[in-house]
Design a protein around this ligand. Structure first.
Ligand SMILES: *Cc1c(COP(=O)(O)O)cnc(C)c1O
Length: 475
């Protein structure tokens, strides 16, 4: 059933456009080969539709650019800082706000000020840089996703939740005293962009208070989580997205936020805190490593764009249209015979590559293979979320522990692509789904020890010479 255009209508029109490169098939083949078959190494001017990330890739509004022109670049106490502080302070309700240049700087500052070596940081699912920053301070990241998350096909509304029973038994068990932080990622980016319910956030808060453990949100997509709560959680049906987001922040002791997503800007982030002592420790670290506490590595014009961005992002018309557009995209892709993680979230579509390419075993990286094919066939760039990213490798870079799922994430930049661009992606996917066995598997050539997916280099197992080339055993 087609989605009603009254639901997908964006509450804006486009004033400034940017041409997109359209390469020939041979140019794409060469470009991918030179990139070591890792789309992270492609040049952006080799890409037609870039769905690698929704981070810092959104379009700004006329109001944001007008505000940016008013940016105050004073070293300390800039007017732009106070505008940012007013907006973010009001949105979150936290008494202390520290600006940072992006989310991971906030993670590093918070974790060095809060976590001790040997402690455990518990999350519904750590984001990749969050995971790395927990480890860098000598602590242990531990994911406790809810059991519903394991079923990619179920339509449970809040598969981003943490497993409350597992959290409680960890806190009351022998390792309980080692838990130094509980960090809830909203929405759960590592797990299919699934939202976290307010009931879950509230229950985590009660457990944390009972066991005196600090409770933070990793709230990169605070507005998108709020939208899905408003749609799916009965108690919040009449709340605005802004009210829901504010309530979520109020349930926790603080937050780290990358504003490259729901800040509708290319750069930015902040730490929100209630505790004055922790604020003082974080602030000292911020000044030493990011910048003075009234700019934190950001320019005045960035602070202006961000202040306006966090106001625009909670607009129900914007969030409703974006959610409906992703849902429509999911429907087109499903109709083309490619399964996606259900139910569709907002910022990305997660393709089930393992199921589409059963002729490739996990050590041939089916998610990565599908991602490369999308580039070869359509100039589309995306990110693998499967054994290449999450699997365990031996010294020779051979896969020893596969990831639970072989997924591909098509991230959707905010206000950048129209439904026509997404229809193009669905059409390229439909062609692959008609003859999936022509998709070649890959092997790793070289790989760094940390955050492997960014810098890994690969090669195809068999040169995919034509649409009928068959690689790997028949299922
Ligand atoms: C993007 C992101 C981060 C890191 O933020 P950057 O701005 O990229 O440094 C942390 N957590 C989540 C959930 C994210 O999506």
């Amino acid at each position: 059933m087609p989605v009603d255009p009254r639901r997908t209508l964006p509450p804006y029109r486009i004033k400034v456009v940017e041409p997109i490169p359209i390469l020939g098939a041979e140019e794409r083949r060469l470009a991918l080969e030179q990139a070591g078959y890792n789309p992270f190494n492609l040049r952006a001017d080799q890409i037609t539709i870039d769905l690698l990330s929704d981070s810092g890739t959104g379009a700004t509004s006329a109001q944001q650019e007008a505000a940016a022109a008013l940016g105050d670049e004073s070293y300390a106490g800039a007017r732009s800082w106070f505008r940012f502080l007013d907006e973010v302070g009001d949105l979150t309700g936290y008494p202390h706000i520290l600006p940072v240049h992006q989310g991971r700087a906030g993670e590093r500052i918070l974790f060095t000020s809060l976590l001790k070596p040997g402690q455990i940081c518990v999350s519904n699912t750590h984001f990749d840089t969050t995971h790395a920053n927990v480890k860098l301070v000598g602590a242990e990241p531990r994911d406790l996703p809810c059991p519903e998350a394991a079923d990619l096909d179920s339509s449970e509304p809040f598969k981003g939740n943490i497993d409350l029973a597992a959290l409680e038994s960890l806190l009351t068990g022998p390792d309980g005293h080692r838990v130094g932080l509980v960090l809830m990622t909203i929405t759960n980016n590592g797990l299919g962009a699934q939202p976290v319910s307010m009931a879950n956030l509230e229950a985590v808060g009660e457990l944390c208070r009972r066991h005196r453990v600090p409770y933070f949100l990793d709230a990169a997509r605070f507005a998108e989580n709020a939208w899905l709560v408003g749609q799916r959680e009965a108690a919040y049906r009449d709340w605005t997205p802004r009210q829901i987001a504010n309530r979520a922040f109020q349930l926790a002791d603080g937050c780290v936020v990358s504003l490259k997503k729901d800040g509708l800007s290319a750069i930015g982030g902040f730490i929100g805190l209630r505790d004055g002592d922790l604020h003082a420790r974080c602030e000292a670290n911020l000044i030493a490593t990011e910048g003075f506490s009234t700019y934190g590595g950001l320019a005045g014009h960035d602070l202006e764009r961000l202040a306006q961005g966090v106001r625009e992002v909670v607009d129900p018309a914007y969030l409703g249209a974006r959610a409906a557009s992703t849902a429509r995209f999911a429907q087109l892709v499903n109709e083309a015979g490619v399964e996606t993680v259900q139910p569709a979230g907002i910022h990305a579509l997660y393709l089930n590559a393992g199921r589409l390419l059963p002729h490739l075993s996990p050590d041939q990286f089916p998610g990565h293979s599908l991602g490369c094919q999308l580039y070869l066939d359509g100039g589309i760039r995306c990110a693998e979320l499967g054994s290449l990213y999450l699997g365990g490798l031996d010294e020779q870079h051979r896969l020893v522990t596969p990831a639970p799922f072989e997924l591909v994430r098509l991230a959707i930049p905010r206000r950048v692509y129209t439904d026509t661009h997404l229809e193009y992606v669905a059409a390229i996917l439909a062609d692959i789904a008609k003859d999936p066995e022509r998709v070649s598997g890959y092997r790793i050539v070289s790989s760094p020890p940390l955050l492997r997916h960014f810098k890994v280099r690969l090669e195809p197992l068999a040169a995919a010479t034509g649409p009928t080339t068959r690689v790997g055993p028949k299922p």
